[in-house]
Design a protein around this ligand. Structure first.
Ligand code: PBG
Ligand code: ZN
Length: 328
């Protein structure tokens, strides 16, 4: 009787056997937890489209950071919801801005926790775009070069507050160089840049824009964020950011762009991050709330898939849950 000579099932025979031959491992060390900082005191406002996530005032965010640090999560990524928004996003670089205050408080409470700050203008501008607006022949556009100065000022203000890493997410051309030069000039040559290098114009950012109160008031982000169809162009974006001084590169969103992530890690070999974004979080949460999916099993599988595709670190709203699960 014929039988298969190769029996791959031998090494799947039990939990211990599978554990031994596992190629990819998930660790709490890989996780970065995003946090939304709002003004005030004692505030912890639920975000409707992101169940389990909150806009928090500095004091509550600091508490959340203590818990994350106790769970072994190495890093947080801060977003700010400022008191006032204006045309030029001037709250983005104010010394007493929400993010700057949060950085100082968190670094004091949890010195070993890495504080990464998102550098962008969309949370700070009244029009909700990631850069400054100009009008050319009656058409409004996001101006590339004048935006660079504001981004650089924001990055320097974060570094001055004590940020360990700055993370530009705006997708203007040349922002990594502008930020690198400004940091170096101000005495922050040691501060690394995590560049949102291949950031696609994605419908999966929807819940984030509720959370950060930052949807664009006109038009969309497609003139600066990447077209979902383009993987080769993503490699150009990453190559440029590295040339300009990026220390870590990021692909975003994660799950629909695992091919891009794989190519980026293969091609450049730099420390590579992936952002499991708000819409990816919301989908799992919604299905789990209906008992259509097993939340924990899906989150572990999805996060592992992002690792397998090449991510060294993963920005995920599930960071705290994962830290608990991985510890069991
Ligand atoms: C701001 C920014 C966005 C996200 C991270 N930084 C939104 C956007 O570009 O519209 C998305 C994060 C998420 O969806 O979880 N530039
Ligand atoms: Zn933005």
């Amino acid at each position: 009787m014929a039988f298969p000579k190769t029996r791959l099932r031998r090494l799947r025979a039990g939990g211990t056997m599978r554990r031994m031959v596992r190629e990819t491992r998930l660790s709490v060390d890989d996780l970065i937890a995003p946090l939304f900082i709002r003004p005030g005191q004692g505030a912890r406002q639920p975000i409707a489209s992101m169940p389990g996530q909150f806009q928090m005032s500095v004091d509550r965010a600091t508490e959340a950071c203590r818990e994350l640090a106790d769970l072994g999560v190495p890093a947080v990524l801060l977003f700010g919801i400022p008191e006032r928004k204006d045309a030029t996003g001037s709250e983005a670089f104010r010394e007493q801005g929400v993010v700057q205050q949060a950085v100082r408080a968190i670094k004091t409470a949890c010195p070993a926790l890495l504080v990464i700050t998102d550098v962008c203008l969309c949370e700070y501008t009244d029009h909700g775009h990631c850069g400054l607006i100009v009008e050319r022949g009656g058409v409004r556009d996001v101006d590339n070069d004048s935006t660079l100065d504001v981004l650089a000022r924001a990055a320097v203000s974060h570094a001055r507050a004590g940020a360990d890493i700055v993370a530009p997410s705006d997708m203007m051309d040349g922002r990594v160089r502008a930020i690198r030069e400004a940091l170096d000039a101000e005495g922050f040559a040691h501060t690394p840049i995590l560049a949102y290098a291949a950031k696609f114009a994605s419908a999966y950012y929807g819940p984030f824009r509720d959370a950060a109160e930052s949807p664009p008031k006109f038009g969309d982000r497609k003139t600066y964020q990447m077209d979902a169809a383009n993987a080769v162009e993503a490699l150009r974006e990453v190559a440029l950011d590295i040339e300009e001084g990026a220390d870590i590169v990021m692909v975003k969103p994660a799950v629909n762009y695992l091919d891009v992530l794989w190519r980026v890690k293969e091609r450049f070999g730099l420390p590579t991050a992936a952002y499991h974004v708000s819409g990816e979080y919301a989908m799992i949460k919604a299905a789990a709330a209906n008992a259509w999916l097993d939340e924990r099993a899906c989150v572990l599988e999805t996060t592992l898939a992002i690792r397998r595709a090449g991510a060294d670190m993963i920005v995920t709203y599930f960071a705290k849950d994962l830290a608990g699960w991985l510890d069991e």
